[in-house]
Design a protein around this ligand. Structure first.
Ligand SMILES: [Zn+2]
Length: 275
C-alpha cells in the first residue's frame, strides 16, 4: 500500500513522533521514581554510631573524621582540643553533640575531667556547666553522658541538664552507664527527645571484638528497625574502632542498613522524611 506524502501526512507524522517522545520521557520519569521508591523500601534498618571522647585529639581522631560514614562526634568540653575537634568534626560533615562528664558510682575522679557534673552540685551550678559547655562545643545538636552511672540516677541532676537541653532545643542520648538511669523518664516529663545506647562497640583495641560488636548492632537494627552504638576515640578504641567500622560497613550496607545521625533518626521516628 502506497502512502502519498502530503503536507497533511507529514504534519500527522510529526505529531505522532512528538507524542512518542513525550511518552518516552514520561516513562523514564515514572521508571526512575519507581527505582528510587524501590531503594527506600529496601531499607531494612538504621544504625547510629556515636563516637565519644573527642576533645582530646586522642588516638583515631583523624581516622574517624575521614571515615566518610555519617557518625556522630561526642565532644568533651573544657579540654585543650574541644573547640578544634568540634570545628574539625563539623567541617567533616559529622553530627556534633556535647559529651557531658557526669559522676560515676565508682572510678577515678580524674576520669571525669574538668567541670564534671557531680551530685553534690546545686541545680543552678549544673545548668551553668551545661551552658558553658555548649559554648565550648560549638555546633552541638544534642547531649550524651560521659560516665555518669551515679548522676544519671539522680532525678534533680537529670532535670537540671534536661531543662537546659530543652532551652537549647537539643536531644539527649543516654549512654546507659546505669540500668537505673532516670534520663528517659525525666526527658519524657519535660518533652525532650531522648534515645538510649544499645551497644558499646569497643573499650578495647581488639579489632575483631569491635567488628563483632558492630555486627551485633546490625542485628539489633534488623530486628527493631534502628540501633545506637557508642565507640570511642582514645585509649578505649580509637584507630581500632575506625578500622572495625570501615571493614564491616560494606557488609551492613549490603544488608540494607542505612547509617544515619541521631537527628535523622529523630526525624524518622517522628514520621518525617529525613532524606
Ligand atoms: Zn566518654
Amino acid at each position: 500500500m502506497w502512502i502519498v506524502i502530503t503536507k497533511k501526512n507529514l504534519y500527522n507524522l510529526l505529531i505522532i513522533l512528538l507524542s512518542v517522545l513525550v511518552l518516552l520521557v514520561l516513562f523514564q520519569l515514572v521508571f526512575d521514581n519507581f527505582l528510587s521508591i524501590g531503594a527506600n523500601s529496601n531499607t531494612s534498618g538504621y544504625i547510629v554510631i556515636i563516637i565519644d571522647d573527642f576533645g582530646n585529639h586522642g588516638d583515631g581522631t583523624e581516622e574517624m573524621l575521614s571515615l566518610g560514614i555519617p557518625i556522630t562526634a561526642a565532644v568533651m568540653p573544657f579540654m585543650p582540643h574541644s573547640l578544634a575537634d568540634a570545628e574539625a568534626a563539623h567541617k567533616a560533615n559529622l553530627e556534633v553533640i556535647l559529651h557531658l562528664a557526669m559522676e560515676p558510682n565508682s572510678g577515678k575522679k580524674e576520669w571525669l575531667g574538668p567541670r564534671g557534673v557531680t551530685c553534690d552540685l546545686d541545680s543552678e551550678d549544673v545548668k551553668c556547666i551545661v551552658e558553658d559547655a555548649l559554648v565550648d562545643v560549638k555546633y552541638a545538636v544534642g547531649i550524651n553522658n560521659h560516665m555518669g552511672s551515679k548522676a544519671t540516677q539522680d532525678k534533680r541532676i537529670m532535670k537540671a541538664i534536661l531543662e537546659k537541653a530543652k532551652d537549647n532545643d537539643l536531644f539527649f542520648v543516654d549512654s546507659k552507664t546505669s540500668p537505673r538511669s532516670v534520663a528517659s523518664e525525666i526527658a519524657e516529663e519535660l518533652g525532650v527527645p531522648c534515645f538510649s545506647r544499645d551497644v558499646f562497640l569497643d573499650g578495647t583495641k581488639d579489632v575483631n571484638h569491635i567488628k563483632k560488636q558492630v555486627l551485633k548492632l546490625g542485628d539489633i537494627a534488623l530486628k527493631k528497625g534502628h540501633a545506637i552504638g557508642i565507640g570511642h576515640v582514645g585509649i578505649e578504641g580509637g584507630r581500632a574502632t575506625a578500622e572495625a567500622i570501615k571493614s564491616v560497613y560494606p557488609y551492613l550496607i549490603e544488608k540494607g542498613i542505612h547509617f544515619i545521625t541521631v537527628k535523622e533518626l529523630k526525624k524518622i521516628l517522628e514520621g518525617e522524611d529525613a532524606f
